[in-house]
Design a binder for this molecule. Structure first.
Ligand SMILES: [Zn+2]
Length: 314
């Protein structure tokens, strides 16, 4: 069963109940999925940036979707979800590694967000005009890098993700997701079920095709029956939620991964970026004393390079 750890990553012998990725399969149909529940890790991401509410909502959704989609990482590597738009939000970047270490930030126009204040908090179109979303799966030097891009159409980020999988990847993907600020704590929960391409191509064309379509329809209906409370409540274990939803489908629970808010920035990485700049660009980035200050957008940490430091880099 699951390796059980507390918020600091120490083994507790208890049950992982929060900040967790919980993979599962449905034995009767062979469908696979994962459930994501976020409490303190999401709170840390949101609170350190002090974003306005509508931005926080969309960042929370992007973080939750990234953890679901990081199922695309096989062993190691980094999954990145990147949104670019011309609306009040300019961009959102989330990345997550195979250990469940996640970080995120958003770029936005403060005045434009203020102008939207009187409208609904989640006015997707106003916030993300002409937007698109890219997914990148980077598994290291000797592995293929995968990238997919989808226009932000539909009513939500979730719509765009489902559309992407239906159209580009031929992977049927169904997701139920809820994001809410509760008792001053941001919480999110989601369940994703996927019908993978090997089985999809082979099976939908055979005599069993109709039966398999029916399996998929039934699974989607069961998934849709999941209530926001069930997704969000910290008092309900993810395995219990999955059992409630899918007990007749023979749900099988696999070892869970703890989710943590961790930034991977370091002085060495920033130095590498500076070294990749031309002399001209580096001069432009420096202040009147020849120093360069670089702030990590994910975590806000600042790295200072003096003129002397910069000389040593080149
Ligand atoms: Zn950082």
């Amino acid at each position: 069963m699951a390796i059980t750890v507390d918020k600091d990553g120490k083994e507790t012998g208890g049950i992982i109940d929060d900040d967790v990725i919980q993979p599962f399969s449905l034995e009767t149909t062979g469908l696979r999925g994962r459930m994501v529940r976020l409490g303190s890790s999401l709170k840390q991401i949101i609170e350190q940036h002090d974003y306005p509410l509508p931005v926080s909502y969309l960042v929370s959704e992007a973080v939750t979707l990234s953890l679901l989609l990081s199922a695309m990482l096989k062993y190691d590597g980094i999954f990145t979800l990147q949104i670019q738009a011309d609306g009040a939000i300019r961009g959102i970047v989330v990345d997550v590694n195979a250990k469940g270490h996640i970080r995120a930030y958003a770029g936005f126009d403060k005045d434009a967000i203020k102008q939207l204040a009187g409208k609904a908090d989640r006015n997707y179109y106003d916030l993300l005009q002409n937007g698109h979303m890219a997914f990148t799966v980077d598994q290291g030097e000797n592995m293929d890098r995968y990238q997919g891009i989808v226009q932000l159409e539909g009513e939500s980020l979730l719509d765009a993700v489902q559309h992407y999988f239906e159209q580009s990847e031929q992977i049927k993907t169904a997701v139920r997701m809820a994001v809410h600020p509760q008792d001053d704590q941001w919480r999110a929960g989601a369940v994703m079920v996927q019908y993978m391409p090997e089985s999809l191509q082979q099976e939908l064309d055979t005599e069993r095709g109709e039966e398999r379509r029916e399996d998929w329809r039934r699974t989607k209906i069961l998934l849709e029956s999941c209530k926001d409370d069930e997704l969000l409540s910290p008092n309900l274990h993810s395995a219990d939620v999955l059992y409630r939803l899918f007990h007749e489908e023979g749900v099988r629970i696999y070892p869970a991964t703890a989710v943590k808010h961790v930034c991977r920035c370091s002085r060495d990485r920033v130095a590498n970026v500076l070294m990749s700049l031309s002399g001209e660009d580096r001069k432009d980035a420096a202040d009147s004393e020849g120093k360069i200050d670089i702030t990590c957008e994910f975590c806000g940490k600042t790295y200072l390079f003096t003129q002397e430091d910069l000389k040593q880099l080149s």
